[in-house]
Design a protein around this ligand. Structure first.
Ligand code: PLP
Length: 339
């Protein structure tokens, strides 16, 4: 692309050439369709608009030094979307159809995939919505699956950096036996007030505690949480966190580096013992956490003593990025090269 300043891109929407769509009608998925408009025309009584029948995914395509385009753990995104579909009564999109649609959307918009040197990437957003009208509360009969892509800049424009997060005891994101484990829009609507307030108060994200006891760490807004102590990678187990594919990958990498993995309930006080901590997700891979504040309890946990990301976070971050961009061999079988 001639006129895009790749390294200046933010995490925002830019129109690309095409999106890929697929309709579910009469109990089955149709053929993939290609569209060049970025709007959709749906019934005003569609269930996605009233009853929140909406699930989405987020993944990225990376251009390597070798010019090849790599997709990261696409099958895991397909499976997670299927789980979200089960969670809010939508039909699952089969893994093969999901993969075919992702590859089609990426190839058709190849000119928007940022060059290797920019540190930017192509964000891929699959979504699935209920589109047929329903006034009584029940699932739709018809669904639309869409994949659009948009180039996004490097998350850390000023280099890999610490961020601070905040615990707000007056808000919950998801109920213990609710929809927190599904990637659905409703969870995001429920997190907007707290998230906006955190930004206004100078924090990168809200660190949620478990909604029932307010004792254990859940997750960080749109990212999972992990702490590092000695040789251990510690990450919360909970019935209300979204299973992050980045977290799952960092766990595999940490294991391969000889670290011990602890996946269990993590009491808030344990933060005081962490030598490092981070938020992890597709957008940033790792956003290291410098400090956690808990204003209602008058507590503050200063994790970083140096003001800079710690050595373990840095190593994990570099390793995962190297696999994504093809700088290091993919010994885990995570990469699909788009031919
Ligand atoms: C998407 C998401 C994550 C991160 O998942 P990745 O697969 O690593 O991108 C974490 N928490 C929530 C609530 C999410 O929606």
């Amino acid at each position: 692309m001639e006129n895009i300043n790749w390294s200046d891109l933010s995490f925002g929407y830019m129109k690309t050439d095409y999106n890929v769509r697929c309709y579910y009608r009469d109990g089955k998925w149709g053929e993939l369709e290609v569209s060049s408009t970025d709007t959709i025309n749906i019934h005003m009584a569609a269930t996605c608009l009233h009853y929140g029948q909406e699930a989405f995914e987020g993944m990225k395509a990376f251009r390597g030094k070798d010019g090849k385009i790599r997709l990261f753990r696409m099958e895991d995104n397909a499976k997670r979307l299927q789980s979200s579909c089960d969670g809010i009564m939508m039909p699952q999109i089969p893994t093969e159809k999901f993969a075919e649609a992702v590859i089609k959307a990426v190839k058709l918009n190849e000119r928007f995939i940022p060059p290797y040197e920019s540190g930017a990437s192509l964000y891929i957003r699959p979504l699935l919505i209920g589109i047929s009208p329903q006034v009584g509360v029940s699932p739709a009969k018809e669904y639309l699956f869409i994949i659009f892509v948009t180039p996004v800049g490097p998350y850390f424009k000023a280099g890999f950096q610490n961020t601070n997060v905040v615990i707000y005891r007056q808000y919950d994101r998801a109920a213990p036996l609710g929809t927190g484990t599904y990637k659905v829009g409703g969870n995001y609507a429920a997190s907007l007030v707290a998230g906006q307030r955190a930004h206004e108060e100078g924090y990168a994200a809200v660190l949620y505690l478990d909604a029932k006891e307010k004792k254990y760490i859940d997750e960080c807004g749109p990212a999972n949480f992990f702490g590092i102590r000695g040789n251990s990678y510690i990450t919360p187990e909970s019935t209300s966190i979204l299973p992050s594919i980045t977290n799952k990958s960092l766990i595999e990498i940490a294991k391969s580096m000889g670290m011990t993995i602890e996946r269990r309930r993590v009491p808030e006080e344990e933060i005081a013992t962490f030598e490092e901590a981070g938020e992890c997700g597709t957008a940033a891979v790792i956003s290291p956490i410098g400090r956690v504040d808990d204003p209602m309890e008058g507590k503050s946990y200063q994790i970083s003593k140096t003001g800079k990301p710690g050595p373990v976070c840095t190593k994990l971050y570099n390793k995962l990025r190297a696999i994504q961009y093809g700088d290091e061999p993919d010994t885990f079988g995570w990469i699909t090269v788009v031919e």
